[in-house]
Design a protein around this ligand. Sequence first.
Ligand code: ZN
Length: 332
Amino acid sequence: MLKPHAVVITNLFRDQLDRYAEVSAAAAYLREGIAAVPEAVLCLNADDSLLFGLADGLKNRKVYYGFSEGASRKSEPKIGEEGTRCPRCGAGLKFSCSSYGHLGHWSCPECGLSRPSADISVESFHEGEDGSDCVFDIFGKRRLARVSAPADYNVYNAAAALSGAIAAGYGEDAALGALSSFWQGFGRMERFGLGGGAVMILIKNPACFDRAAEYILKRQGDFDLFICLNDFDADGCDVSWIWDAEFERLCEAGERLKSVTASGSRSRELVTRLEYAGIPREKIAVESSARRLVKAISRLQRPTYILPTYTAMLELRRILAEKTRRSGFWEG
Ligand SMILES: [Zn+2]
């Protein structure tokens, strides 16, 4: 049996319900596993009330990480979002700020339960195209670090990794240094020198899509989008999650969004979703061949963003790697 020094949990969001079941079921499985290793340090996202509920009453030593108010927005999560009810009494939570989804500074107006204070806190961060410059508070000490992976969710991931490394006995300097030197690959914000520059961002659930859209919308200039929706076993056969993802946000790009190409085994549903989201029909194209899709990307002089589900990512990545002579992801 595994005997981990530390167990790190990032967050709980809906993900391919036909494979992983409801969030509450996933939380129950995680709790059962953690209860079997009471000596492991549990590293939890303080901003996720679902994780507080998952670990409530477990004997493990806990280390919390999260975003400070300064790194968050003065907004409340959407009503009805999972994680917006008190993990102890079930009353509706209040939020003084939030980062995205149901993550934020939560408190219960009924029983007084509130977000635990974070041992490792993101005080602020400046997000760039290739990464973020972050100010962390690590057990009361202010430390600066570069996180060499773009987008806000990777700042959370960095805080989670820091907490895990420190809980497992690594020094702060080694852990902070590693954040700036790792390589982003395998379809997760992976860059390919093709056409005007292509970035591949794996999508597989609503939260994933929404974070990818947020990152793309923050970039400057015109761009084209390629979205590939498959429904094979490793993607999840149920593609209804696209109706929970905020495709409407793509309209915020206005004229900067030049075209959206739908591909994959469920491209037809994707086109319907894009139309409902308000993307003008003349901007939407369909391409069933992955090879032709890559060819189209190579002809464009603008930045492109490729959003594939898992099996579509494998196929597209193989063709893109051939074209750009990239080695296999496992070869570094
Ligand atoms: Zn409560």
